[in-house]
Ligand binder design. Sequence first.
Ligand SMILES: [Zn+2]
Length: 792
Amino acid sequence: MVEAPATTAANPSYISNRAPLAPSPFVKLPIGSIVPKGWLRRQLELEADGMTGRLEEISPWCRFAESAWASPDGKGKAGWEELPYWLKGFGDLGYVLKSDKITQQARKWVDASLASQQPDGYFGPSANKTSLEGHPDLWPHMVMLNVMQSFFEATQDPRVLPFMTRYLKWLNSQPPEAFGRGYWPKLRWGDTVESAYWLYNRTADPWLLDLARKIHQNMARWDSGVINWHNVNIAQGFREPGVYFMQARDPKFLRVATSNYETVMERYGQFPGGGFAGDENCRPGFGDPRQGFETCGIVEFMHSFEMLVKVSGDPMWADRCEELAFNSFPAALTADWKALHYLTCANQVQLDEKNKSPGVENSGAMFSYSPYEVYRCCQHNVSHGWPYYAEELWLATPDGGLCASLYAANEVTAKVGDGATVTLSEDTSYPFGETVAFKVKTAGPVKFRLYLRIPRWCSAASAEINGQSVPLGARPLTYAALERVWNNEDRLTLRLPMQVSARRWEKNQNAVSVNYGPLTFSLKIGERYTRYGGTDAWPEWAVYATAPWNYGLVLDDNDPAKSFEIIRKPGGLADQPFTHETAPIELRAKARKIAGWQQDAQGLVGKLQPSPIKSDEPIESVTLIPMGAARLRITMFPVIGTGEAAHDWTALKPSPVSASHCFEGDSVDALVDGLEPKSSNDHDIPRFTWWAHRGTVEWVQYSFEKPRRVSSTQVYWFDDTGAGQCRAPKSWKVLYRDGEEWKPVEAAGEYKVQTDAYNRADFKPVQTTALRVEAQLQPDFSGGILEWKVME
Ligand SMILES: [Zn+2]
């Protein structure tokens, strides 16, 4: 048993960190070494036949003739992150599947990018060189460097290293402040630190380390903690100190990457599935499991974890990667990989295309499945999730060994010991089965260490070699290291016994979630797919529940894990196990309905309330299925209780605000969400508008539960001059309800109409049950309100 492989030697066969970079416990195998099989291969094939493989047909950013990545000086169109995002996974998909069709299609783009390099080293869209107020916006280039790294690993193309050298030399000629510019770039420069080390390990150019240090010191400093609360920025930014550790060689940097992760999960990750509540940004008060995790966040988090396993050797990062990969990731897409959504939530009972803001931060379609640019970043970035995962199943170790880091069926061919080639086949239905069977193919006896990761949930791992039991003695979150002379046809069988566990989330309403090994389970809810848009070839889907979902679990108080019966379906594992029909394992549980637990007006599942919860409904048997197979789901359950400790579920109160009309992409709740506008043209907070009503008289209304004395109100008008067709109104006034009538208040002065400020109206106090603001919109324009306050 080892905590991590020793770093005293350097792997003789594979490119490892070059001094003075800290040696890493694990080294990535060249792309193509691992041939995925089983369900993982099927995911990649579905990806190739689905959206990722055919994105040139449906994405406006992937049209070769129109892309500034193909013709940098053309019309400068479509030259930002989308194409690199897609190409990064698309290329690797081709290399991993060894698909000539895909690699040739990817190469067309790579060739164009390589050919676009200017004498100074810059490449790609000319417009990006000055698009940040005259300065370069180099965020998309960070992604394109990953494209080039994979292309080189797969092809050894001699153009790549000189190309990257010229570009990074140009980058190194930029002043230090260049790395602190722009919202996205300054938070994401850690990606290029990694690319600089990758190149340094191949060329030994010492100035690359100067560049990496300069980037680290001048970018947003993730080594000082979580400095930004945007979902994707966190998912890829938090790891930067862990990457820079290789150069700094101070363990505090590795610790900060860990503490960044823990800080985010402590505040916003208090539910299962591996993600956190960040349905664009994390927001205080929005930590319920109905909050979403962006698909870009899922794949970037997985990639971060894959990097940190290699840098730190800590198997916990591999566990975290599996947790996302098996539970949240499959459900982010339709089972045929022809559509995806922006947000995946632990509790999510209706996937329609309508606005869910401000319940989730972003307005507009966020939950329904679409292959189109409505999900712009995710539509492209999702591509690298499975290919990168497949590349990381096996890792080389400094002592010339191999480590099974992520378990899935595959065959790996790699150099071990002093350079002998072995092939290991790995046969398993993991995570749906607990046995992993390895078989060795070698030309002759070869000595090397085989490392096996022991997951955190597995306390009784065991192994046999050629039928003989071998003591592993390995605790959870360590590696079993088997050093021996391996012979052709040797067989190693690893058993990772799985058990049902019920996890209580004391920090999130004392709710419960259910795991079986690495799989999280969700309530199986009947799903009705309704097409709402798209074409026959590329439909867009809303998914509605056909069965009740508002259940609390009835648990065995003495041993909650005993409350579940494991049902293994007969027959072999299906190619695509992440569907209702094909999920090979189900759990049966006892539950009672909670009558008051309902969806809100916008279709979001109601927020959890503190467990235990009282319910007089009859006990029913319910079925749980793997979360990755449940497109609709409850994964965080209230717990049913009795006696004094149990609470009644409080039914939702109707919204106190209403309006003459509200645009479907906006919400009346935005009027009173407490989010302060920075200007009348603030697009970062939810808003209310009367769009598309123009030039009309409109109103918003605040209703009180009982009569209230009010004497003042403040309105912050929405006005998107320069961007849209909403303006502050021509005029406005305040009315109060008197019986059945609406009467004007006696205002203390004029009703001013100002932008970028609250407009305050004081009036003779009235005792009333409701107040209205009535606005006369400007001719031909609509209008809206960012925030509204009513005062005593
Ligand atoms: Zn995205």
